[in-house]
Design a binder for this molecule. Structure first.
Ligand SMILES: NC(=O)c1ccc[n+]([C@@H]2O[C@H](COP(=O)([O-])OP(=O)(O)OC[C@H]3O[C@@H](n4cnc5c(N)ncnc54)[C@H](OP(=O)(O)O)[C@@H]3O)[C@@H](O)[C@H]2O)c1
Length: 268
């Protein structure tokens, strides 16, 4: 699967990205990212807070691919809610990644993780203005948000010059966040599906297992395919070479009937 979505900037974004959360910096992240690039991934998702930007950047450099062939995302830490800190934090990410630009820079969450749900609307609007400056500098080809609900996203849309290119949210079979998904998509904001395998929790589900055997695929492949058929962009993570390759090998179609069965599952 090497197809692309098109962002509202006009840029292409490979439909499946390689997730790197919880992959330790150093040899493990370096090898996993290199394996992903060798397996055909051209889209890597990291974040300042994952602590592994250095290994991701080194793998990109050593892959033999041109930087322009790879779509690279990183994120402004959720606990940075002071606009004056945005530029410096972004520059630190660029330096750690060892690149001149990222393809997508996201506000990691609308609130610091320890204050989930707190109202940082005013701060996020101010931060977005800094994100727009980074965007116009060309150092982030696109800018977006993550973990934003409808109210969070509306506040940005009402005040922004640049419409966010993506909203990266927790999204998998049985947890499809319909309200914010529909809202984002209607506004031209690509929904990126993080934790498309529910951080591994989906893998034992009996309904999905039965469907996977019907399609002679794995549960992971059905879960990834499901995201694509809903127009969301899955970001599967793995450190195993066979899983990494398998998660990109999803050129099959789930029937409408089976999609409806999956749509009726409720997981969390
Ligand atoms: N923006 C945010 O706030 C946010 C939050 C969470 C995640 N994310 C992004 O989304 C990415 C993915 O989410 P996630 O890390 O929660 O996990 P995930 O991709 O939903 O699931 C990863 C787990 O599934 C296992 N796995 C992967 N492929 C498999 C396969 N084909 N067969 C069997 N098991 C398989 C992995 O095992 P091994 O690793 O042992 O191979 C790992 O335990 C993150 O890495 C990150 O880039 C973003």
């Amino acid at each position: 699967m090497t197809d692309n979505y098109t962002l509202n900037t006009g840029a292409k974004i490979p439909k499946i990205g390689f997730g790197t959360w919880q992959i330790p910096d150093g040899e493990i992240c370096y090898q996993a990212t290199l394996t992903a690039l060798k397996s055909g991934y051209r889209h890597i998702d990291t974040a300042r807070v994952y602590g592994n930007e250095a290994s991701v950047g080194k793998a990109i450099k050593d892959s033999g691919l041109n930087r322009e062939e790879i779509f690279l995302t990183t994120k402004l830490p959720a606990d940075i809610k002071v606009a004056a800190k945005v530029q410096e934090t972004f520059e630190t990410s660029l330096a750690t990644l060892g690149t001149d630009y990222v393809d997508l820079y996201l506000i990691h969450a609308p609130w610091p993780w320890q204050e989930r749900g707190a109202d940082y609307t005013k701060e996020n609007i101010e931060i977005w203005q800094e994100m727009e400056k980074i965007n116009s500098s060309g150092k982030a080809k696109a800018i977006g948000v993550s973990n934003f609900n409808v109210a969070d996203l509306s506040a940005i849309l009402d005040n922004a010059k640049v419409v966010p290119a993506a909203n990266q949210i927790r999204w998998f079979i049985g947890f499809t966040q319909d309200e914010v998904t529909k809202f984002s998509q209607a506004k031209g904001v690509l929904v990126e599906a993080y934790s498309p395998l529910a951080t591994g929790q989906i893998l034992d589900n009996e309904v999905i297992k039965a469907m996977a055997s019907k399609y002679q695929s794995s549960v992971a492949q059905v879960a990834i395919r499901y995201c694509l058929q809903h127009g969301t962009l899955p970001l599967p993570k793995s450190t195993h070479e066979d899983y990494i390759a398998q998660n990109l090998d999803v050129d099959f179609a789930i029937t409408e009937e089976d999609m409806a069965i999956l749509d009726n599952l409720h997981l969390s």
